[in-house]
Design a protein around this ligand. Structure first.
Ligand SMILES: C[S@@+](CC[C@H](N)C(=O)[O-])C[C@H]1O[C@@H](n2cnc3c(N)ncnc32)[C@H](O)[C@@H]1O
Length: 232
């Protein structure tokens, strides 16, 4: 059953229409897939990329190529498209792709937003990303930092798509496993910087999150391949 939500993410009079499909199940386990609904981290990341704090640091999305990993319903990627990204690629596990395409169409963004399957750690990137090393300007990831055992595969995928200038933005609910996930990414060659909480305060005040709505419960991170830090 799909439930439509109209979500305002900082851009006045320009809501996004997101359909949550609560009945998308993993064909092997039969469990409802976690990408079937919008997580608060997706709201926070989407709000954050619309803020002055984001744009003042010259992180504009205008004309950029943006990849979203573990996109679920695709809210941050769709927001990036509305903010002027030239090309957005929303990726997740196979059963979630139909819902992602539905949300692209619902927002009339199919001329700029593509959807494809991307399982972290795969040896072969989807056609949409083949030869893309360095061609992805920004990677968005919301609520994917929960299982340390998935961080190796995630880092492998990031290494395959990121060039020396790529910026990775990740928002996460802070759980017991979050710091271990961040350590894993660091050990796989990424530098992680947590944004000062005031940068997300505005987003939290402004939006309809669940009851867990307290600034200490969330983190927004800028993640970069370490080799970027060595380049002049
Ligand atoms: C907690 S949900 C977050 C969904 C969405 N980003 C949001 O914030 O609303 C985690 C997402 O990561 C995806 N995911 C988990 N493991 C994955 C893997 N190995 N490869 C690709 N995606 C994966 C899930 O399918 C799910 O969409």
């Amino acid at each position: 059953m799909a439930q439509a939500r109209e979500i305002q993410v900082g851009m006045e009079n320009s809501p996004l229409y997101i359909h949550e499909h609560h009945d998308v199940c993993d064909p092997i386990t039969g469990r409802v897939m976690t990408g079937s609904w919008v997580w608060d981290s997706a709201l926070i990341l989407s709000h954050y990329i619309t803020t002055r704090a984001y744009h003042e640091h010259d992180f504009s999305l205008q004309g950029k190529t943006v990849l979203e990993l573990g996109a679920g319903l695709g809210l941050p990627g769709l927001t990036a498209s509305k903010l002027g990204a030239r090309r957005v690629i929303l990726t997740d596990l196979g059963p979630l792709l139909q819902g992602l395409r539905h949300n692209v169409d619902a927002n009339r963004l199919s001329d700029r937003v593509e959807v494809c399957e991307l399982v972290w750690g795969t040896n072969e990137l989807p056609n949409q990303l083949k030869g893309s090393k360095g061609g992805v300007d920004v990677v968005l990831m919301s609520d994917v930092l929960y299982d340390p055992s998935l961080m190796g595969p995630l880092a492998k995928t990031l290494n395959m798509v990121c060039g020396s200038e790529t910026l990775i933005w990740s928002a996460s609910e802070v759980r017991d496993s979050t710091s271990e996930c961040l350590c894993q990414l660091t050990s796989h060659g990424f530098e992680v910087t947590e944004l000062p909480k005031q940068f997300i305060q505005h987003s939290l005040c402004d939006m309809e999150t669940s009851n867990n709505n307290h600034i200490d419960n969330f983190g927004v991170y800028l993640i970069r391949p370490l080799k970027q830090m060595c380049s002049p």
